[in-house]
Ligand binder design. Structure first.
Ligand code: PEP
Ligand code: MG
Length: 659
């Protein structure tokens, strides 16, 4: 169906209003096109939309096809007829001083050790285990043009070469999109890249440069830079990030022109050690993880996303090497110890034998621990201790189940939000949470509401520039300020609760009012769902204890919530006033410091007195040296990376047996 209108948007769909229009269009499932002068373009493609150059007072037609076509047309026509569309502050919900900057990384922690060892390099011990294997360096090279001007008689041939390269890239992307194995998140990313590759804006710009005498590689680099610069200049966080997509497409075209293959994680050999300066969280999540023997990175800390993914798949990792990662670029073989942070480049025969022995011993230990997979650990008094998994995506369910997880004690929802080009819809969230609930039923699945930001910006939410982001607008604070985003998540959780044992917990709570306000929103959502006739069920609401304020009001909080889950990663940094990102205060960022242990004990005491469950989902929950102390304090649930589960169960059983 379609409807025509006269565009009243002030100055037409130039950059900012166009970006708003695309965002709005992307909120609908239907295919939506904007038609001007007989030319139809996807309303979900920013490049195309901007190229359509729709001016104020011009006639356009919105065409939609799909389940929500009527709603899409209503909303988009309403937008086009609003003179102030795109100019009004749709970040009105965000706090003042909104400069659209990235959120503070929430998952990185300070490197634990950084002293150089004579026997190699030392970085952050981010995922336990030892590994030795061939180095797989993942440093995508910079591409340069020929740097000579073409003769007039070479130009036509160069244009043909360029067009063939573009066609090859498009075919490759179409083929990727046709694969059933592509996850929804990856599909969105590839589709966005294909959109750019198929867009005249990039190819037209490049051909102009070739006609001017530039070789195709130089022309592509120039065209990509020009268009990327346009995207970067747009005052929109979401579209700024598309500049990277333009560069990525330009890079693919250049590689075809040069007859080179891209450095891809897909080709990593069995058992290889992945060496990189940085790896995007989703890049790593979709890499063939089973083949990766170990990871060594310049970036990242013990609680970065790379570390979390590595730990959940049992891949030893040393991160945070900084520039020293360059020393590994040409390594043939690498040995690493994810327990100490040691990395050895091209080990000699004795070191190789030592590591091989340790790898074997670790395999033997793993085999011994496997017996604990199905164990339900109990204390001497018969009290069951739930040993659950921390995960951040459905892909990690298998690893958690294989480890013997008794449910999920922390489902980080950030990755769900980071993987997509727009905020995930209520339906897709409900499906994700329901899939989790079903996978672990009858065990509980504790879903943490959105705790932004991650080590990637989230499309669709703009963050203020803050002096102290860790003391700023994050977690429950942001959610309560953005009920549009928060309620969508709460509604999805209520819907998913029909399918299993869903519990919900709030991050970064520091005030009773935050719990009460959330309850009001949960009730509102339940009333709405009932009125709409949508099946839903109630869930237990708990809080993470990760601020000193939450510890100090724990007795009052315990009366209002169903459970506590202690987030030692943040609790440690806030109790010790030691930034989890700052290596110079890494020594203070220590969970075993008596101040932090007292905070944990105070929390446990308050929870036990109120008769609610007290659990822990910070990294400390998986430490065999601390588990007995936590259990003595009264904790009955420990949630950790799947790789730590069997050892934790063994530790609890040994404690119960008085060993
Ligand atoms: C924590 O702070 O301990 C926690 C589990 O949350 P995150 O590491 O995701 O901040
Ligand atoms: Mg936290």
């Amino acid at each position: 169906m379609e409807r025509s209108t006269i565009v009243r948007v002030h100055e037409g769909l130039h950059a900012r209003p166009a970006t708003r229009f695309v965002k709005l269009a992307k909120a609908f499932e239907s295919d939506v096109e904007l038609v001007k002068d007989g030319k139809a373009v996807s309303a979900k493609s920013s490049v195309k939309l901007m190229l359509l150059a729709v001016k104020e007072n011009q006639e356009v037609t919105v065409r939609a096809n799909g389940a929500d076509a009527i709603e899409a047309i209503e909303a988009l026509i309403g937008y086009l007829e609003n003179p102030k569309a795109g100019l009004d502050d749709d970040e009105a919900h965000a706090p003042a001083n909104d400069a659209g900057k990235e959120a503070a990384p929430a998952f990185q922690s300070a490197p634990a050790v950084s002293a150089e060892a004579s026997s190699g390099l030392r970085g952050v011990a981010a995922s336990e285990g030892v590994a030795i294997g061939p180095a797989f360096a993942h440093f995508p090279p910079d591409i340069a043009g020929q740097g000579r001007m073409l003769r007039a008689d070479e130009i036509a041939g160069e244009i043909d070469r360029f067009r063939a390269a573009v066609a090859a890239v498009q075919t490759r992307m179409d083929r990727a999109l046709a694969q059933d194995s592509l996850s929804a998140g990856d599909r969105g990313i590839v589709a966005a890249l294909r959109d750019i590759a198929a867009d005249d804006s990039l190819t037209g710009e490049a051909e102009k440069a070739i006609n001017g005498g530039n070789d195709a590689v130089s022309a592509t680099i120039t065209a990509a830079s020009t268009i990327a610069a346009d995207f970067s200049a747009v005052d929109d966080h979401y579209l700024n990030a598309r500049a990277d997509d333009v560069h990525a497409v330009g890079r693919q075209i250049c590689l075809v022109l040069l007859g080179q293959d891209d450095v891809s994680l897909e080709n990593i050999p069995q058992g290889a050690i992945l060496i990189a300066d940085d790896i995007g969280a989703w890049d790593l999540a979709r890499a063939p993880l089973k083949r990766i023997g170990g990871v060594v990175c310049g970036h990242g800390g013990a609680t970065s996303h790379i570390a979390i993914i590595a730990r959940s798949h049992g891949i030893p990792a040393v991160l945070g090497l900084g520039d020293r990662i360059n020393a590994l670029r040409t390594a043939q073989e690498v040995a690493l110890d994810g327990n100490t942070g040691q990395v050895i480049i091209d080990p000699d025969a004795a070191t190789r034998a030592d590591f091989a022995g340790r790898v074997e011993a670790a395999a033997t230990e793993r085999a011994g621990l496997a017996a604990f997979k199905t164990v339900t650990p109990k204390l001497a008094d018969g009290k069951v201790i739930e040993v659950a998994a921390n995960i951040g995506s459905l892909e990690e369910i298998e690893a958690a189940q294989e480890a013997g997880a008794m449910g999920v004690g922390l489902f980080r929802t950030e990755l769900l939000f980071m993987r997509h080009m727009h905020l995930p819809s209520e339906d897709m969230q409900a499906e994700t949470y329901a899939a989790l609930a079903k996978a672990f039923a009858p065990y509980p699945v504790i879903v943490r509401t959105l705790d932004i930001g991650g080590d990637k910006p989230i499309a669709g939410i703009e963050f203020p520039e803050e002096e102290n982001p860790f003391l700023g607008w994050r977690g429950i604070r942001m959610c309560l300020d953005r009920p549009d985003i928060f309620k969508r998540q709460l509604r999805a959780l209520l819907r998913a609760a029909v399918h299993g044992n869903i519990k919900v917990m709030l991050p970064m709570v520091s005030d009773l009012g935050e719990v009460r306000q959330t309850r009001v929103l949960v009730d509102e959502c339940a009333i709405e769902l009932k009125a709409e006739g949508v099946p839903h069920a109630t869930f237990d609401l708990g809080v993470m204890i990760e601020t000193p304020a939450a510890v100090l009001i724990a007795p009052a909080l315990a009366k209002e919530v169903a459970f506590f889950s202690i987030g030692t990663n943040d609790l440690t940094q806030y109790i010790m006033a030691a930034d989890r990102l700052n290596p110079t205060v890494a020594k203070l960022n220590d969970v075993t410091n008596p101040a932090v242990m007292s905070a944990i004990e105070l929390t446990a005491r308050a929870g036990v007195a109120a008769g609610i469950m007290v659990g822990m989902c910070g990294e400390a929950a998986g430490r065999p040296d601390l588990i007995p102390a936590f259990l003595e304090m009264g904790l009955t649930e420990l949630s950790m990376s799947p790789a730590s589960i069997q050892r934790a169960k063994k530790t609890i059983m040994a404690m119960a047996a008085g060993e």
